[in-house]
Design a protein around this ligand. Sequence first.
Ligand code: FES
Length: 138
Amino acid sequence: MIPALQIAQGLYGYLPEAVLRHIATKMDKPYSEVAGVVGFYSFFSTQPRGENVIRVCLGTACYVRGGKQVLDSIKKELGIDVGQTTEDKRFSLEVARCFGACGLAPAIMINDDVHQRVKPARIKQMLAPYYETAAEKV
Ligand code: FES
């Protein structure tokens, strides 16, 4: 079921209820089971996400080295809370529990890029390249 959900999220950008019901029907599973899997894994989203997804690690190593301050700085910079997307749909903010960069904590991921030893005071500078739209990058 997880690969099917990953493919669907890749196609739609998120997992709307109609898609979950379709997957449940096709896999002969109850809707509640499919919704439960989606709710369990933080990388699945039932809400449309922004163009860039920021994941702030709050695993132990990152937390003790300032991960919470990094998160607060990003919230302040973007004016959103965890689980929200900016009005311009450019950024969504999520938290994570370790993505294997503990030695260089605190770490965040922006899309597939891992940023290590992140300093709260440098968040604005770090996000600047991501204000460029996908069309502008081509
Ligand atoms: S605890 Fe943050 S990367 Fe491991």
